[in-house]
Write a protein that binds this ligand. Structure first.
Ligand code: 2BA
Length: 109
């Protein structure tokens, strides 16, 4: 068994969960926050059989979209505040960041 951990955008999470549950995959949805943008995203935990990993990863990739997001950088610490003009910069946020981990043991009680 493998544990698939997928960090996805909030906008894609409801559809992705539906797609996964429709195909009988079990999923846990966690509210998470990206370290860089400090904005909400969604982390899904999926315990799946080894031979189902490619299918699950394929469903995630097919459902989640990359999007450009505008970010306004903070004033540089210690820098001159009055002359600093914070121009928004575009950041491409990926469709999904996926980790696949081996599961040593899985039990249900
Ligand atoms: P955030 O950390 O909020 O990052 C959002 C997007 O900002 C990233 O999209 C990337 O395009 C950009 N970014 C992140 N760190 C950067 C940096 N140091 N310099 C310049 N740009 C940077 P994604 O790479 O698609 O990541 C989307 C979200 O997935 C991340 O949100 C984070 O929550 C998670 N993530 C990505 N890589 C991860 C990793 N190696 N470990 C854990 N979580 C990760």
């Amino acid at each position: 068994m493998k544990l698939v951990v997928a960090v996805v955008q909030d906008k894609d999470a409801p559809k992705l969960l539906q797609v996964l549950v429709d195909k009988d995959y079990r999923a846990t949805k966690l509210a998470s926050t990206g370290g860089f943008l400090k904005e909400g995203n969604t982390t899904l935990l999926l315990g799946v059989a080894d031979d189902a990993v490619d299918d699950v990863v394929g469903l995630i990739k097919a459902t989640c979209k990359s999007r450009d997001q505008l970010v306004t950088p903070l004033t540089p610490v210690g820098g001159p505040v009055d002359s600093y003009v914070p121009y928004p910069v575009e950041v491409l946020v990926g469709g999904a960041t996926i980790f696949v981990l081996s599961v040593e043991r899985h039990e249900k009680a």
